[in-house]
Design a protein around this ligand. Sequence first.
Ligand code: MG
Ligand code: MG
Length: 253
Amino acid sequence: MITLKRPEELALMREAGRRLAEVLAVLAAAVRPGITTADLDRVANREIRRRESFPGFLGYDGFPKHLCVSVQEEVVHGIPGRRPLRDGDLVSLDCGLIYKGWWADAGLTVACGDVDAEGQRLIQVTREALRVGIEEARPGRRLGDIGAAVQRHVEENGFSIVRGYTGHGIGRDMHEDPEVPNFGTPGKGLEIRPGLCLAIEPIVNEGTPATRVQPDQWTVVTADGRRSCYFEHTVAVTAEGPEVLTAVPVAAG
Ligand code: MG
Ligand code: MG
């Protein structure tokens, strides 16, 4: 079932999104060689709660932490732990929170220290893929337009789209209908209408798109051991076009 948000509901989602953007800005600034992923998790919990919000990932489908941290060949759903970050790592941070009953879900990949040129290009292309996907989230387009735009940008640049994990509707729950795949056919799929709120999240591999899940039942890694990268925003569709709810405020960015 797809729900379109009313203006007063969108106002609360905007508040949730702004808080999450601030949390992610603090997290991104904390990424440096030597810090552990568990340290980042503690920062996430503290920064979320200090903004009158709840760390919605905690206990979601049994997830044990407040943040997903996926390093290098880890794709998504990495569980924070004792792993120290190393110079040159690609570090994907995926975070969500609930504010007054409404979700925001967003994330980014951060370069830890000096990342090689190809790793920086992977980050850049994935960030751009999110941007071109968001551009399609406007009335009159269809979900396939989002997926097609993301896919085209990634594949033109020689990287691959992970197929098994998608974006999603978002609102009272983190994962609402519809699914938002990062691939597709222009002009196909659900028509995009004002009030639709979507988490758009391209997940891009340096090598082949195949993935597997680690024995911890959460951490997804690339099958070929090469690196992966990810960016996500919560986006509201308005009559004028997409409104990014989780954009980092200029002052905090
Ligand atoms: Mg997320
Ligand atoms: Mg998401």
